[in-house]
Design a protein around this ligand. Sequence first.
Ligand code: PAF
Length: 280
Amino acid sequence: MKTFNDPKKLQRWAAAQRLAGKKIALVPTMGALHEGHLSLIAAAKKKGADEIVVSVFVNPTQFGPKEDYAQYPRDHKADAAKCRAAGATAIFFPTPENMYAPDHSVWMVEDGALSGSLCGARRPGHFRGVCTVVAKLFNLTHPNFAVFGQKDYQQATIIRRMVRDMNFDLEIVVAPIVREPSGLARSSRNAYLSDAERESALALSRALQKLKKLTAEGPRPWKALQRETWIALDRAGLRTDYVEAVNADTLAPVRKLDKGVVVLLAAYAGKTRLIDNAVM
Ligand code: PAF
């Protein structure tokens, strides 16, 4: 497995691979790799990538001033070992300094149609940072496709739109959420949770399961279910941030819970903000 720190060197290597006819997959991550990330590498392998490039970069521009940029778990050695074992062929560890010039001034911004609600509304500037770094990673790795996780549903939807609207010549693959046996969605931020918070956090996947079951029986008005879900999360000890049901493509709120609708949840367990979602 090759290791790159220098964006220019990665870019030259990736361009040479494309020229040689290799199929490149990009798996963008912020590191602290877990089963969820490894499933993205597995999806890249399954799709027949010759080169699987995993980027590991805690991107400062997608964190708000009061968020966990400084505490975000970082373990390059463990991440490299996991990538190698999972079959990645290259890993990229850039630094904020070599990714962003001191006078960096051009950003990739979604106009709010997709990023104005849900996490975008609560984390101002977050998707500007995500889109910018992902666009940079596309330019550095020349991928035929890039794999994202469904856990960040809004992110995957925005990236897909960015690829369409900016004519990036690549395919976006979205891999299913990987859960712990308890049902908790795998996340690098789960490392912050105490035992009690972990227990409370199970309310997220339980609520989604319940809503899925109800929807299988037929469409239902969303408002009452939204309120019930909010209360159930709060009762489990979480501080609910949002409970939303949206159209799977446009992220527009819906009034009826029905098959194909996506329910997205965000809640704090202590100081840790967790998100989860399910397609009904
Ligand atoms: O999903 C993440 O881990 C990040 O938002 C991403 C896509 C790697 C961009 O920093």
